[in-house]
Ligand binder design. Structure first.
Ligand code: C5P
Length: 214
């Protein structure tokens, strides 16, 4: 089996501050990314996990960098990416953050409140734009509809080698916050491989094995 010098994986949600006590986040548990890091650690000299706030133990032999916001995750991922030969972006990064972060706790008033949100950096797209030869880049596409079509266009737009598409619609039995997941991996040539519903730990081993054997 191919050996990797450094595998870099992101996991979990991000938190985007509104004020000192409030933030915007999402339902990502980090389980898929942590399972990927555990599977990766058996085939890499060094495994680095960049993690948003989650309630999980860091797997053995994995170096974890804890971050909160999308901006912090971007900084850590771009710093660590330089000498990584495989990068998997599994984190559920916020697409928007509050444009103004209030220094003090916001007071309520009787009327409605409008929050102005601005786009965050697309970390995966930046990693794709800076991708080196011999660097393999994979991303996730959590979709609720037109799953494969949306995933394929993401693969091209972000200059990826693999896109791992998962159905996170309420009718699916895997995905966000769950212990199980099912995915379809699409590569640059358009080849598709389906991985049936199983535990995230088993699935992570299959995903790493598939990418490594490519
Ligand atoms: O475009 P979309 O958000 O659906 O793409 C999902 C992929 O892009 C995931 O791998 C996610 O980690 C990554 N992403 C990112 N930065 C963002 C938003 C998503 O790296 N701001």
């Amino acid at each position: 089996m191919k050996h990797f010098k450094k595998i870099l994986i992101s996991a979990g949600p991000t938190r985007e501050k509104i004020d000192p006590v409030r933030f915007i986040t999402n339902r990502s548990s980090g389980k898929m990314g942590y399972a990927l890091a555990e599977a990766a650690s058996s085939i890499a000299d060094e495994t680095v996990l960049v993690s948003g706030p989650v309630n999980l133990d860091v797997p053995a032999n994995v170096r974890c960098i804890n971050v909160e916001s999308a901006a912090e995750m971007a900084r850590a991922m771009l710093d660590e990416a330089d000498n990584a030969d495989l990068i998997i972006m599994c984190a559920a990064v916020a697409d928007y953050r509050p444009k103004f972060v209030h220094e003090n706790k916001m007071k309520k008033s009787d009327g409605d409140l409008t929050l102005v949100l601005e786009r965050t950096e697309d970390i995966l797209k930046s990693l794709g734009a800076a991708k080196k030869t011999n660097q393999i880049l994979a991303g996730f596409a959590a979709e609720t509809n037109d799953i494969l079509q949306n995933a394929k266009s993401k693969l091209e737009r972000k200059n990826l080698d693999f896109i791992i598409a998962n159905d996170v619609s309420s009718s699916s039995s895997g995905g966000f916050g769950k212990d199980q997941n099912a995915v379809t991996i699409i590569d640059r040539s358009g080849r598709m491989e389906v991985f049936e519903l199983c535990s995230k730990k088993e699935l992570a081993e299959q995903i790493i094995e598939y990418i490594v054997s490519f």
